[in-house]
Write a protein that binds this ligand. Structure first.
Ligand SMILES: NC(=O)c1ccc[n+]([C@@H]2O[C@H](COP(=O)([O-])OP(=O)(O)OC[C@H]3O[C@@H](n4cnc5c(N)ncnc54)[C@H](O)[C@@H]3O)[C@@H](O)[C@H]2O)c1
Length: 260
């Protein structure tokens, strides 16, 4: 049996997750894409891109807010691709809303998708690594909003602070098994998420569509919007041989917005 390496990336039907899936495939990983069933046709395109790189890939329909779905996705990745080495808890949503207006349902929704999913991902991956005797890597999506709370992104900021906290805790609890746990903290990445944030900000502050995004990008030291490939480079590092001694970290990859 060949010694192939397998990574599961949640939310890899588009955006940052797609970029991570392609980068890890070019690093030599076979890839399981776990995304909502509605994303299957986009994921099929990503699978074709991965296969063009000479790797194997599968799609698993999953709602990451549900523990059973995440356990099932990890199980299928390992069974169908023949190993399990890296878990990327990437899927997430934004909410643009003043803190005074956030509803009980909205708060539940964003925490289920952005936070509970990370707990399920850590649990499912750690169990599979233990079963297979692997020193696996767990890598989760934080954000600049995990380091600084951003106005009108209150629930989102809180959910990403939670990802950073879970990364601290899980890295210490899983270290005796040789499993590392890290997170990436992007800034402003040109994906569907920022299209939505820009639209909602326009509704709130009346600025024309695109203006809020433009103003935010102007605050980036390196002077350009971030790409999924910028983020994927950091995930590749966390998943690769040079990060063997790195754990519990949340790495800002924001082109120079926040300084830790
Ligand atoms: N775009 C940014 O500027 C930015 C900045 C910092 C952090 N992030 C984080 O990066 C991650 C990816 O963001 P993106 O910009 O690529 O977003 P995106 O909206 O372009 O893509 C998100 C993906 O996650 C999937 N997803 C959403 N809910 C899901 C669920 N319940 N179950 C399974 N899949 C689900 C979507 O179907 C989609 O494929 C998120 O965690 C986000 O918070 C994004």
């Amino acid at each position: 049996m060949s010694e192939n390496k397998v990574a599961l990336v949640t939310g890899a039907g588009q955006g940052i997750g797609r970029g991570i899936a392609l980068k890890l495939a070019s690093d030599g990983f076979d890839i399981a894409i776990a995304d909502l069933p509605a994303q299957e046709s986009k994921a099929t395109d990503v699978i074709a891109e991965i296969e063009a790189l000479g790797r194997r890939a599968i799609f698993v329909g999953a709602d990451v807010s549900k523990k059973d779905d995440v356990v099932e996705a990890v199980g299928r990745a390992a069974a169908e691709l023949g190993s399990f080495d890296v878990m990327v808890n990437n899927a997430g949503i934004a909410q643009v809303k003043p803190i005074e207006e956030v509803t009980e349902e909205e708060l539940d929704t964003i925490f289920r998708i952005n936070v509970n999913s990370v707990v399920w991902g850590i649990q499912a991956a750690a169990a599979k690594f233990t079963e297979l005797g692997k020193k696996g890597r767990i890598i989760s999506a934080a954000s600049i909003a995990s380091v600084k709370g951003f106005p009108i992104l209150g629930a989102y900021s809180a959910s990403k602070f939670a990802v950073r906290g879970l990364t601290h805790v899980a890295s210490q609890e899983l270290a005796p098994k040789g499993i590392t746990v890290n997170a990436y903290a992007p800034g402003i990445v040109g994906t569907g998420m920022w299209d939505e944030i820009d639209k909602r900000l326009s509704e709130i502050n009346g600025k024309p569509i695109g203006e809020n995004l433009k103003e935010n990008v102007e605050s980036i030291s390196l002077g350009r919007i971030e790409t999924p490939e910028d983020v994927a480079g950091v995930v590749s590092f966390f998943a690769g041989p040079n990060a063997e001694y790195v754990t519990g970290q949340t790495l800002l990859v924001d082109g120079g917005m926040l300084y830790s």
